[in-house]
Design a protein around this ligand. Structure first.
Ligand code: ZN
Ligand code: ZN
Length: 179
């Protein structure tokens, strides 16, 4: 049995959710069992949200499976009925709490627009996906000071070769070729 229901309000988590009134597609199977009705189904919900890294809007669909037993109102579960058991009321099944549990628990808490989303620049907030080469040359002044210090401490470059240190009366040539 298939049906479509409008999404209730507040159907989502912090970063992502189902827009209110959006169509939730339900694929349901109802089985009469001894104590009530066993409902097995799959909900396909449209999702809207924000990428947790770059805050881009995300639109996708999401599927959640659920199974729940709705007991008849006059049924006592062997004398130790649970307070939270779901009951059929006037032969109606209230699926909303079931959907809520099934969908909200399965929603990604940190949805991403794509798996390798590079997110935003920590310094200026630019979207790195738009500008893969984005970087800042300006170093923190404290680090710049350290770099100056490191330059002063570095040893003098070695001069010439050893052994033949006799004066040759020639100018130093640094035409050493590499490669
Ligand atoms: Zn993103
Ligand atoms: Zn930046």
């Amino acid at each position: 049995m298939r049906l479509s229901v409008p999404a209730p309000e507040d159907f989502g988590v912090e970063m992502v959710g189902v827009p209110e009134g959006a169509a939730i597609e339900l694929d349901l199977r109802l089985e009469a069992v001894l104590e009530g009705v066993l409902v097995t189904g799959t909900a396909t919900v449209p999702l809207e949200g924000e990428c947790a890294r770059c805050l881009d809007p995300i639109a996708s669909t999401f599927e959640a499976d659920f199974q729940e037993l709705f007991v008849y109102p006059d049924t006592r579960s062997g004398g130790n009925a649970e307070d939270d058991e779901l009951r059929l009321e006037d032969d109606l099944i209230d699926l909303e709490p079931v959907l809520r549990d099934a969908v909200l628990l399965a929603l990604p808490l940190s949805p991403l627009c794509r798996d390798d989303c590079p997110g935003l620049c920590a310094e200026c907030g630019a979207r790195l996906a738009d500008d893969p080469d984005h970087h800042h040359d300006v170093a923190d002044p404290r680090w710049a000071a350290l770099q100056d210090l490191a330059g002063e401490l570095s040893p003098e470059p070695p001069e010439g070769g050893r052994g033949d240190s006799g004066p040759r009366g020639s100018v130093d040539q640094q035409g050493k070729q590499e490669g």
